[in-house]
Ligand binder design. Structure first.
Ligand code: PBG
Length: 343
């Protein structure tokens, strides 16, 4: 070496701040807490029933009574909110996704039961039609086209019904144009001016939703793909336009989905709008980590926590994650490092 290291770095040795755990803690820029977690859960009909989602090791679908128990535990762990997704029987699915308008449908019954038993937890329900249509599409399909405006009408009605059942946040995960403003109007007209709207602003046409589609039973039904309404993974500026429209139309919070492959989008949206910004660690991300863990290639706890910290670093305020109860237990010190807990 012709120059010494101190000549090269001007005496700046970055490793000084990494020497001890106490000084790594002092200079840490981001923290993950239970306040960041949103737990998505899958619902099924029946009583005292749960069934495993095969492609998501450790994840189960719950009947409403079991969901209530699970949500109570989540609340006790400090998780601020849950999000529900139903797996209804195939006979109830039709072209228009009519079951989404049933005030006593699975989602709405779960909302009422959870509200009553666990009033302190936030409930997020979704108006997308995919669990209700016979095509597995998020909107109404006619002549090979997903109809935008007709779908939005359906979403507006669903939003009011979900708000009536007690949902605190209505989420729109189907990427139809104009739906945020239309849902805001519908909620306001029905007197739900305080019900919030979470816009899935940048939702990509992603391979990482595969396991979710098994969880809600759309895997075998889906004809074609969702590329005429979800975003092209190649685009980034377009996500900012989507988010700008959602903000202008009255969204209370924005979402980027999937998470890990789209950290750049998360950062851009957070920087541009400084809105509450959520990210969804989707089923495929969960299953990828779990598959690595099951094969012995990854350390479960470290992989899980690192994947969530990456979202905080990229600007997320809230994280939808199937790991939520396990992570909350770890963060609360209720779970010893390295142990395994299935939720
Ligand atoms: C559709 C919807 C999807 C997810 C939740 N709602 C995507 C899809 O099936 O196209 C994915 C969630 C996940 O993968 O965890 N409205």
């Amino acid at each position: 070496m012709t120059r010494s290291i101190d000549e090269i770095t001007n005496g700046r040795r970055m490793r000084r701040n990494r020497r001890f755990e106490w000084n790594r803690r002092l200079v840490r820029e981001n923290t993950l807490t239970t306040n960041d977690l949103i737990w998505p859960i899958f619902l099924i009909e029946g009583e005292n029933r749960s069934e495993p989602v095969k492609s998501m090791p450790g994840v189960e679908r719950f009947s409403v009574d079991r969901a209530v128990k699970a949500v109570k535990e989540a609340f006790d762990l400090g998780i601020p909110a849950i999000a529900t997704f139903p797996d209804i029987t195939f006979e109830k699915r039709d072209a228009l996704g009519s079951e989404v308008l049933n005030p006593d449908g699975l989602i709405n019954r779960a909302t009422r039961a959870i509200k009553e038993a666990v009033p302190g937890i936030g409930i997020i329900t979704d108006v997308a039609l995919d669990p209700f249509t016979e095509t597995g599409h998020d909107g109404i399909l006619r002549d090979d086209i997903i109809l935008n405006d007709e779908t939005v009408e359906q979403l507006c009605k669903a939003a009011v019904i979900q708000a009536q059942a007690g949902a605190d946040i209505i989420s729109a995960s189907e990427m139809m144009d104009g739906r945020i403003g239309a849902i805001r109007d519908a909620l306001n007209e029905a007197g739900f001016t305080d019900t919030a709207i979470l816009a899935y602003s940048a939702k990509y046409a992603s391979a990482f939703y595969g396991p979710y589609r098994e969880a809600v039973g759309t895997d075998k039904m889906l004809k074609g793909d969702k590329r005429t309404y979800f975003m092209d993974p190649a685009n980034s500026d377009e996500a900012l336009h989507e988010a700008a429209l959602d903000v202008a139309e009255g969204a209370d919070m924005l979402m980027v989905k999937p998470g890990m492959p789209y950290l750049d989008i998360l950062r851009r949206i957070k920087d541009e709008f400084q809105m509450p910004t959520f990210v969804y660690q989707v089923s495929g991300e969960y299953s990828m980590i779990m598959a690595g863990v099951e094969k012995g290639f990854l350390d479960r706890e470290r992989a899980m926590l690192e994947s969530l910290m990456a979202f905080k670093r990229a600007g997320a305020d809230g994280i939808f994650t199937y790991f939520a109860p396990e992570v909350a237990a770890i963060l609360n010190g209720q779970k010893s490092p390295g142990s395994t807990m299935d939720h």
